[in-house]
Structure formats: structure tokens, C-alpha cells
Design a protein around this ligand. Structure first.
Ligand code: SAM
Ligand code: SF4
Ligand code: SF4
Length: 336
């Protein structure tokens, strides 16, 4: 569907666009938007400058011409935005878009799930770092009951979505003891749990390398309970290493951004709420495209230039370059 092949300086195409629908969130995950930094969120958030549905769809249409076929709606908490099903429906009409997915904390999912499915949502990822109620509350900084998140996940499974995943960020000495219970809970349900190495996104979480549990270690923890085998990637640029339980209990994944960076295949672009393109999760600055959003030819030209200039490989260079930790975009502003 691409108008012409567009690749970046490292010959990587653009295939996947992640759209931040809001930079606000009702949770206060301590590694993303800790309660003491809510003032930062309020200061930086300028809802009056947020892109509307029409503008977002225009960016999707331009990216589709450059080769993007997958869209992920994220945030902040994307379901804080009004009428997400209408936006899903619009995006699904764009020629070349094959799949629309959503990443959510599930706190606001229940009332809107049926409408999302009807609108054409294909996949959903729910973030869940602990089954233990007290630990869940401590990590998310909310009183929202973990049982409600689990109910919402079950409703997603029953809803006919193509795929339901759970994202679980593992922090050493915090929640690694949840890995086995999480898999025990979701085995045989069709839900794919992906354990993610804790990353140095943004600055407010004051990430330290010793807070990372390597995926290799996670793999050993799982192997002590269930035998499993590796699965080949389904598509080039897939971020998770996939595994299948030998007893037919299903799949799980490991995302090793720290220990095994996957920049060489990274084909993801990100659109912020205010109309900036970020070509890396660890970028310090985005490219402002708001001025050309309503002019399709100029928008296409600008996106092509941005992608062709791209050289990002932050994770691959993390250990050699020790880049400055200051000024990186925060996760709640750009989405996972
Ligand atoms: N609010 C939604 C949610 O939590 O699902 C969507 C946005 S949230 C920023 C997207 C994902 O990023 C979540 O799964 C979250 O756990 C993950 N995330 C946030 N900070 C992270 C970090 N420092 N390292 C790894 N994953 C992180
Ligand atoms: Fe909110 Fe998601 Fe960040 Fe948690 S990870 S604070 S749910 S944006
Ligand atoms: Fe892509 Fe940047 Fe992550 Fe590398 S560090 S995989 S370039 S988002």
C-alpha cells in the first residue's frame, strides 16, 4: 500500500504507528507517573492543543501511504479521551490500515468495550503488573481493585477480539514473584502475558540499572515450573520473544529492551497528543507536524523527510554512550 518505499538511515521501514490519545492518566504507576509528579502532568498537558479525531486520521492516512498498516492507541490512559470507538471506526476506514489495537490500564474499559469491538478494534493489551491486590495498589498508586482489571480482561476474551495480551513490567525486588502466579492465572485462557524489562524511559522514575531483571532470568523462573519452547517471530520487527508451553497451555512473551535491544528492526513511529512525531521512545524532542496536518501533500512530504532522516538506536547504544538522562520524553506523554 506504500506510495513509495520509505526507509530510515538504517534501512528500516515504517510499519507501526502508536498514537497517544491523551497525556493524562487516572493511575499513578510509580515508574511512569508517580503521584508526586502529577503537577508536571498538569503543567505540561494542554488539552486545548490536542489533535482532534480528524487530524489524527489525516496523520494515519499519510503514514498508511508510507507503509504503516498497524495502529496502536495509547497514552496516558487512552480511554480518558471521549468517544474512542468513533476514532477507531474512522481509522479502520483508512486504506491500508489492517489492524487497530489499544493499550489500556482497563480502569475505564468495561462500559466502552462492546462499542470498541463494534467499531472494529482488533486487539487489546491490558497493563497488569501484579495479581496481588496490595502490590497492585502500591504499583499503580490507585485504589482501583485488581479484580476489576481481571474481570475486564475476561470480558475482552469473551468479546471476540482477535487477541488479548497482558503487559507486565517487571522490576527487580518489586514484582518478579508475580511472574509464575500471572502465568498460572492466564495459562489456558488464550491471553498472552508479556513480561517487559523495566526501561529507562523519561526521567521522573529515576530508573537505575539494578532495578532491571533480565528476561533471561525471567525465562529461568518460568522454566522451573513449566517446560516451554521458543516460537519464531510472526513478523519482522516483533518486539517480544515468544514462547509456547509444551503442554498446550498457551503462549507467553519476553520483551528485552535492555538486555537484547531490538533497534535494528524498529519500525515504529509515535504521534503525541499535540501533533509531534517521535521516532524513538527515548527521544528528547519530537518533530512538530501540526502546521501541515491539513495539507495532505505537505504532510506526506514532511513525514517522509522525518523518517528518512531517522537514525535512532538508543537501546542498542545505551551501554556504550551513556546518553544524558535529562530531557527525555516521559512515558505517560508518548505511550508504550
Ligand atoms: N495507560 C495505558 C496502560 O498503562 O496500559 C497506556 C499507556 S502506558 C505508558 C503503556 C505501557 O507502558 C504500559 O504497559 C506500561 O506498563 C508501560 N511502561 C510504562 N513505563 C515503563 C517503563 N519505564 N518500562 C517499561 N514499560 C513501561
Ligand atoms: Fe497511567 Fe499507563 Fe503510566 Fe500507569 S503506565 S501511570 S496506567 S499511563
Ligand atoms: Fe526503537 Fe528507539 Fe526502542 Fe531502539 S530504543 S527499539 S529505536 S524505540
Amino acid at each position: 500500500m506504500s506510495q513509495y518505499p520509505v526507509v530510515d538511515q538504517l534501512q528500516r521501514p515504517v510499519k507501526d504507528l502508536r498514537i497517544s490519545l491523551t497525556d493524562r492518566c487516572q493511575f499513578r504507576c510509580h515508574y511512569c507517573l508517580p503521584a508526586e509528579h502529577v503537577a508536571v502532568m498538569r503543567q505540561q498537558s494542554q488539552p486545548e492543543k490536542h489533535l482532534n479525531d480528524e487530524q489524527i486520521t489525516a496523520v494515519v492516512a499519510a503514514f498508511a501511504q508510507l507503509g504503516v498498516s498497524k495502529i496502536r492507541l495509547t497514552g496516558g490512559e487512552p480511554l480518558l479521551r471521549k468517544n474512542v470507538p468513533a476514532l477507531v471506526h474512522r481509522i479502520k476506514q483508512v486504506k491500508g490500515i489492517e489492524e487497530v489495537a489499544l493499550t489500556t490500564n482497563a480502569g475505564l474499559l468495561d462500559p466502552v468495550l462492546d462499542d470498541l469491538v463494534t467499531a472494529g478494534l482488533d486487539r487489546i493489551t491490558v497493563s497488569l503488573d501484579a495479581l496481588d491486590p496490595e502490590l497492585f495498589a502500591a504499583i499503580t498508586g490507585t485504589q482501583y481493585p485488581v479484580t476489576q482489571v481481571l474481570n475486564a480482561i475476561q470480558r475482552c476474551v469473551d468479546s471476540g477480539l482477535k487477541q488479548v495480551k497482558v503487559n507486565c513490567v517487571i522490576q527487580k525486588n518489586t514484582n518478579e514473584h508475580q511472574i509464575v502466579p500471572m502465568l498460572a492465572h492466564f495459562r489456558d485462557t488464550g491471553v498472552v502475558v508479556r513480561f517487559i524489562e523495566y526501561m529507562d524511559v523519561g526521567t521522573i522514575n529515576q530508573w537505575q540499572p539494578d532495578q532491571v531483571l533480565s528476561s533471561q532470568h525471567m525465562q529461568q523462573m518460568v522454566a522451573a515450573h513449566w517446560p516451554f519452547e521458543s516460537l519464531p517471530p510472526q513478523v519482522k520487527g516483533e518486539v517480544a520473544n515468544r514462547f509456547r508451553f509444551n503442554d498446550g497451555g498457551g503462549e507467553f512473551g519476553l520483551i528485552s529492551s535492555i538486555s537484547q535491544p531490538f533497534c535494528h528492526d524498529c519500525n515504529r513511529a509515535r504521534l503525541s497528543t499535540q501533533g509531534e512525531i517521535y521516532t524513538c521512545l527515548f527521544a528528547h524532542q519530537g518533530h512538530d507536524i501540526k502546521a501541515v496536518i491539513e495539507q495532505p501533500d505537505l504532510l506526506l512530504q514532511r513525514l517522509t523527510e522525518i523518517w528518512q532522516q531517522r537514525q535512532d538506536q538508543y537501546s542498542a547504544q545505551r551501554s556504550q554512550q551513556r546518553p544524558s538522562n535529562k530531557g527525555k520524553i516521559e512515558m505517560f506523554m508518548i505511550g508504550g
